[in-house]
Design a protein around this ligand. Structure first.
Ligand SMILES: [Zn+2]
Length: 114
């Protein structure tokens, strides 16, 4: 895999996390349902896997869209052409908020991509 493949993998990590959370919550709810004492807890939480799955689908579509846009050179991109990740708080003395490039790993300051 080259660095562009790794960039896509890094961009999809939160999607995988949401899918995993949906699977785990489904497993937990199924076990709670089997217990007569805890079955009451299930009714409120039964929407959790559905919400997590929906969030995963939405995130997957969003990342796919951004990767397609990056392919055309559009969107929030690093100087190397890589996709920039979510905004992180940075020290004001070092330029403030920044985003990390999914391809080269460099931190790009806010004023450099606007
Ligand atoms: Zn880069």
């Amino acid at each position: 895999m080259d660095r562009w493949d790794w960039m896509a993998v890094r961009a999809y990590v939160p999607t995988a996390g949401l899918l995993l959370a949906a699977l785990v919550s489904t497993g937990v709810l199924t076990r709670l349902q089997a217990s007569p004492l805890l079955a009451g807890l299930v009714s409120g939480g039964k929407w959790l896997p559905v919400l997590l799955l929906t969030a995963a689908v939405v995130h997957f579509a969003w990342v796919t869209y951004r990767l397609c846009q990056a392919d055309k050179g559009k969107g929030l991109l690093c100087g190397c052409g890589g996709l920039l990740g979510h905004e992180r708080a940075g020290r004001a003395s070092r330029g403030g908020a920044y985003r990390r490039c999914y391809a080269c790993g460099r931190n790009i300051n806010h004023h450099r991509y606007e």
